[in-house]
Write a protein that binds this ligand. Structure first.
Ligand code: NAI
Length: 258
């Protein structure tokens, strides 16, 4: 197979959550440029419009859908709407995420609920509804790509609930891979290190950033376009024998010198 064919997503449709900003926007561009139709989903439709307006040089279908991943009704309504527009959703990208910083002794119950419901429960519920709607239409095959984090692999002071949610998302990736292989659904995750987005620009602009960057072997945060290759590998047939894999994209941060 030629390289172009290997990563080609023509004829596929991808649902990307949190597609209105940062990494979700980059994932949308990457999948679109590889030929996929897109269902862009998030709470803020105006942000999704921005993403859509960046994707106008090809002929695929790009549609916008309202979605709050913390609400089961919103998830099921969103899938109903998407299924009216697209014959199938072949690739589900669980990208939406958030953090509330603070040490675990100071965090409040609401912090816990908000972060866990968005980063962990949301991907579980959406994946479950997505699988159900595919099986109802007798559609096997499919790809789930979860956006986890290197904080799922190593603890991070002051960002505990987030790190816990990502550790659990990473393990959920393996668990779903194991249980859903029988439907020929591949489930993988990327675990990015630091990429400048709305989520962390305050931190990257603070004095805490420099010591952190010194611990990254490549000595810089990632450029968001450096996620394209890993995303395409996991979303396309190039990764057809990969399931339950966690692809770390972190400039070597996790293998820093002890
Ligand atoms: P971001 O804040 O730009 O993107 C998060 C997106 O999720 C936003 O568009 C937001 O509206 C959406 N979202 C949040 N709660 C939602 C909900 N309840 N329902 C629907 N959408 C919701 O930040 P970024 O960095 O692009 O984050 C994307 C993903 O990448 C997150 O899962 C984050 O944890 C992960 N990540 C980011 C890293 C980074 O360095 N920026 C590093 C590792 C992981």
């Amino acid at each position: 197979m030629t390289t172009n064919k290997l990563f080609n997503l023509e004829g596929k449709t991808a649902l990307v959550t949190g597609a209105g900003s940062g990494i979700g926007q980059e994932i949308s561009k990457t999948l679109y440029n590889a030929g996929a139709n897109l269902a862009l989903a998030a709470r803020r439709k105006e942000k999704l419009e921005e993403t859509k307006s960046m994707l106008n040089n090809k002929s695929q279908n790009v549609e916008i859908f309202s979605l709050d991943v913390t609400e089961e009704n919103s998830i099921s309504d969103c899938l109903v709407e998407i299924n009216k527009t697209f014959a199938s959703v072949d690739i589900l990208v669980n990208n939406a995420g958030m953090t509330i910083v603070g040490t675990l002794d100071k965090n409040e119950e609401d912090d816990w609920n908000n972060v866990i419901n968005t980063n962990l429960r949301g991907p579980w519920a959406l994946s479950k509804f997505w699988l159900k709607s595919r099986l109802e239409k007798d559609q096997k095959d499919g790809v789930i790509l979860n956006v986890s984090s290197i904080t799922g692999e190593a603890a991070q002071k002051g960002n505990g609930i987030y790190a816990i949610s990502k550790a659990a998302l990473t393990h959920m990736t393996r668990q779903m891979a194991l249980e859903w292989a029988k439907y020929n659904v591949r489930v993988n995750a990327i675990a990015p290190g630091y990429f400048r987005t709305d989520l962390n620009s305050e931190f990257l602009d603070s004095e805490m950033s420099d010591p952190m960057i010194k611990r990254v072997p490549l000595r810089r945060p990632g450029n968001i376009t450096e996620l394209e290759g890993p995303i395409l590998l996991l979303a396309s047939d190039a990764g057809s024998y990969m399931t339950g894999s966690i692809l770390v994209v972190d400039g070597g941060h996790l293998v820093r010198d002890l």
